[in-house]
Write a protein that binds this ligand. Structure first.
Ligand SMILES: Nc1ncnc2c1ncn2[C@@H]1O[C@H](COP(=O)(O)OP(=O)(O)OP(=O)(O)O)[C@@H](O)[C@H]1O
Ligand SMILES: [Mg+2]
Length: 331
């Protein structure tokens, strides 16, 4: 276990962290101008042991840059980072034993090797004790359905199969902290569900602290009680998802197929925003439960099918700004 900051306390700590990239741009035939990109612009937060936190924001907000600093891949330009008391810049190797990382956009596995051999290399790199390795591998294989894939070279795996393979690789050495940078990107619904329930189980069983980046709100909804929103390198929200929905007054949509074409349905707490033949789209506050609405609908109309659509993360954030803007202008 950790040192003074270990135990039940804080695992991830950032204080005034900045990352400035210097980039050169072509300005005419020969001239290059230099300028700075402030990818992360003064971020402070802390995460207690065992928490699962969503780290969301639009493209280019600084999410991956933050994660790279938390793993020691990038050094911060300013500020202080501690993971379990460890400074990632100064003790990257010691940190590596405590953390697991998945970059959904890029595999950390060996392209030409079967999964099984990749895992063997991971075992040797981290000097994982054989019994523990066998136990962890077995759990991952079972929960992530990797059995039939173990002897397939990584390059022959589909995106969803490879992602599950990557997640397993990140967990074989029992990390205390897991960073997931878009672990469900490009996965189909079945694979996403599998990955989510696996992560939930890992967190519950091992108490792993998780920082999760995603563009899929359902990931956040099923996994995170706390969500942080980052934009232009700054933290603009830190709280629960219901709170985020509430600030932005965001809406979910119930897509309903009636047995026949109906005039736009009127119900308390919902409004029809679109209708096409027997299908209607009913918007309702994202902070409310869909259950009473579904019950009221089923009671009054002949239903064939229905599903709930989450708002896009980008929409929720945009609405959050819209609400702040309205407050400022006194609307
Ligand atoms: N190595 C680099 N050199 C220069 N600029 C960089 C570098 N890495 C990132 N940036 C810039 O820093 C900003 C933040 O990038 P980052 O990858 O952290 O965004 P992100 O929040 O992960 O976005 P996405 O949702 O698209 O993955 C962007 O403007 C990006 O162009
Ligand atoms: Mg990114």
């Amino acid at each position: 276990m950790g040192d003074a900051t270990g135990g039940a306390g804080t695992v991830i700590e950032l204080d005034g962290v900045e990352k400035v990239f210097e980039v050169r741009r072509r300005a005419g035939a020969l001239r290059r101008t230099r300028h700075e990109v402030r990818a992360v612009d003064g971020i402070s937060f802390s995460v207690p042991r065992g928490e699962v936190v969503g780290y969301i924001g639009p493209n280019g907000a600084g999410k991956s840059t933050t994660i790279k600093m938390l793993t020691g891949i990038l050094n911060p330009s300013a500020g202080r980072i501690r993971i379990d008391g460890i400074d990632p810049t100064r003790e990257r190797t010691r940190l590596a034993r405590r953390i697991g990382v998945v970059f959904g956009q890029r595999t950390t596995l060996w392209w030409d090797l079967p999964l099984r051999d990749s895992y063997h290399l991971v075992r040797r790199m981290y000097r994982i004790e054989p019994a523990r390795y066998a136990r962890n591998l077995e759990a991952c294989v079972e929960l992530l359905d990797l059995g039939p894939l173990l002897d397939v070279p990584v390059r022959q795996l589909s995106l969803g199969q490879r992602m599950r393979g990557d997640i397993a690789a990140a967990l074989l050495h029992d990390p205390e902290v897991l960073y997931l940078d878009e672990p469900t990107i490009g996965l189909d619904v079945v694979s996403k569900t599998k990955v989510r329930s696996f992560l939930r189980e890992v967190n519950a069983e091992r108490g792993t602290t998780v920082l999760l980046t995603t563009h899929d709100l359902t990931d956040i909804e099923t996994l995170c009680r706390r969500v942080m929103v980052i934009d232009h390198g700054r933290l603009v929200y830190d709280g629960d998802l219901a709170g985020l929905h509430a600030v932005g007054e965001s809406e979910r949509t119930l897509v309903v197929d009636f047995a026949r074409e109906l005039p736009p349905v009127e119900l308390p707490g919902a409004r029809c925003v679109r209708s096409e033949g027997p299908r209607q789209w009913l918007a309702f506050p994202a902070s409310a439960s869909a259950a009473p609405l579904v019950a009221a609908l089923a009671d009054r109309f002949p239903l064939v099918d229905l599903s709930v659509r989450e708002p896009a993360i980008e929409d929720v954030i945009a609405r959050m700004y819209g609400a702040a803007e309205d407050r400022r202008s006194g609307a």
